[in-house]
Ligand binder design. Sequence first.
Ligand SMILES: *[C@@H]1O[C@H](CO)[C@@H](O)[C@H](O)[C@H]1NC(C)=O
Ligand SMILES: *[C@@H]1O[C@H](CO)[C@@H](O)[C@H](O)[C@H]1NC(C)=O
Ligand SMILES: *[C@@H]1O[C@H](CO)[C@@H](O)[C@H](O)[C@H]1NC(C)=O
Ligand SMILES: *[C@@H]1O[C@H](CO)[C@@H](O)[C@H](O)[C@H]1NC(C)=O
Ligand SMILES: *[C@@H]1O[C@H](CO)[C@@H](O)[C@H](O)[C@H]1NC(C)=O
Length: 605
Amino acid sequence: MLYTALLLWISCLQAVLGQPSEAYNEVLKFRPLPRNSLLASFEFNIVSSPVQLKYHGEDSRQTWEGHEHYELFPRVLGPIVEASNTRELHLRFSQGWYDTESSGRLPFNGSKSGGTGVELWAVIEAPDLDAAKADWVKLTNALSGLFCASFNFINDPITTSPRLQFEGKKTGYLANLGNSLFLLRAALPNEPICTENLTPMLRLLPTRGKRGISSLLDGHKIFDSLWHSMSIDLVTQCDDSFSNCALRMDQTIISAIDVIRSLRRIEEGGIPKPTPGEKLRCDESRYHDIWECFPLGDPEDLSYDIESIFGRAIHGAAFEDSSVSTEVSFEADPSVWQIEAISNRSGQEKRTDLTNAGQLNHISYKIADQKDYNFNFTTANSTITSPLPPPPLHAYRSLTGYSQDKGGIRVSFTNLNSNNVKFIYFESLPWFMRVYLSTFKIELQNTTGTYSVKDENEFIKKSYFKPAIDRKRPSQLELFLTVPPESSLIINYDFDKSLLLYAEYPPDANHGFDVEPAAISVIGDDNEIFYEMHTTSLLLTLPTPDFSMPYNVIILTCTVMSLAFGSIFNLLTKKVITEEELEKLSAEGKLAKIMNSVKRKLGKR
Ligand SMILES: *[C@@H]1O[C@H](CO)[C@@H](O)[C@H](O)[C@H]1NC(C)=O
Ligand SMILES: *[C@@H]1O[C@H](CO)[C@@H](O)[C@H](O)[C@H]1NC(C)=O
Ligand SMILES: *[C@@H]1O[C@H](CO)[C@@H](O)[C@H](O)[C@H]1NC(C)=O
Ligand SMILES: *[C@@H]1O[C@H](CO)[C@@H](O)[C@H](O)[C@H]1NC(C)=O
Ligand SMILES: *[C@@H]1O[C@H](CO)[C@@H](O)[C@H](O)[C@H]1NC(C)=O
């Protein structure tokens, strides 16, 4: 009701002022994936009404007037972005592993998913890099409070400003006179992603997670998945004259859910238990009895519904007003998958079979009323899915070497297509990995064998390397590479491991140090990025002092000292005397004197 009033009010205002108003749109996509998993991607787009972007210098006070123009656009984010002169903001929270070999490309061509942990990119308008860094600190501190994440740990030793990556990106904004745009990036690979990061994401939505597709989002279910990624992309969109600008925010939450595990968790109430004997599916072609069983994989004839997987139903359209569309779409083969929409209001159920509506792989359903919606998936063969096309490139990065103070990095890029693949490889390593570019080697592996490449420029079109400075900045390696068809390119280089100061080790130093994933942007024929991906993060073990030894030494020394001190102190301070001397002394003691004088006085009477 409130939102209707709000929307009406906005449209009235718009009619009076003749301004384009804010826009909001939400889409939920389901796609069954191989191995009984389900990909759910939630997408929300909000465009603000036109904003006047000013450059806020170091000494100019931020004025909070004029922020009333945010109605649907989150009021908390707008001022942060404006005060820190941020013109673009890209935030990624990801965890888990997405199997591109069986499931195909990442959703949204990878443009909405980051590497393991948290990743932050921002384009900041400033006269120079130092001013941009000051705004970057302002931005990360504000975001840290907003998203309950450790962005406040982002400092100079992990911040980079990518070069080649930036050349490939287009910004829809022109800096004010005398200013330039700076791209800054940082990643926190060891940041755990949990429910407390989801709640702030939902708070940014005009529906606050109460209505529309966002009502399905429950932290316990979203994060209990094989892979999940949350993203926020905030960009400044200007018209051709760069005079009329608006902020556009795209929010996505993507989760690859293991359906069998989710259903079992509901049946068994949380704690996973081994499958009981009578429920085991045994391979009938082999010998089996109550003692022996060759278990089969997961069942192929499945039936599940969204309400049991997410623990709740979709509570109607986003707004009562039908101007905002709430769309749910399904990408599944209708010959094997049957999808049913179940709407429910006060017990009145209505079932609609969606697979009869369209015979394409893409089924779309619009929710327009305020009923509760559930969707039921039934299939006779869940192995038949419509996977996304395979990714243009496969990349694997690993640590090599076995010595305590030296190591190496090996990255392999495999192109299975029949044409060249061009991409930008971006890697930032912490300062305690001292990279030796002199050891840089390239190998080419194709169907005829493995060749070591003499002329690197054959495959590297452009490169940029910025060495690290201890405790000041990380090393930054960017390569513009080309991989020939049906071959693999393998890059190898060595590094030295530094010895850190004892306070620089994390509380659990023996876990190792997380090294952030490398980012890869694949470039199409039109020189634009068309696919993005990340390698996995690495776990580096550094030479670690034995932190328990000083502790052991301290407690052992203290025990010995206290024992020795007690007895030696006794020996030194106490006098050793014989029994006769003691009796004599006690006869002359004060107490004896008093007793004697009392006796004497009594004796006189
Ligand atoms: C992903 O990239 C392919 C090829 O460039 C394109 O056809 C497709 O539309 C893109 N998909 C999305 C969701 O952007
Ligand atoms: C429909 O709603 C009623 C109560 O509002 C509930 O008892 C019933 O279980 C619901 N049915 C389904 C299929 O969700
Ligand atoms: C989904 O469909 C299957 C098969 O038609 C049925 O057994 C099941 O009860 C349905 N689930 C719901 C929640 O309606
Ligand atoms: C499901 O489809 C796959 C691939 O077409 C096939 O190999 C398998 O036998 C089918 N399973 C069932 C139970 O029909
Ligand atoms: C494999 O690479 C080598 C070295 O670049 C080249 O001479 C050879 O023709 C390639 N083989 C194929 C099948 O492309």
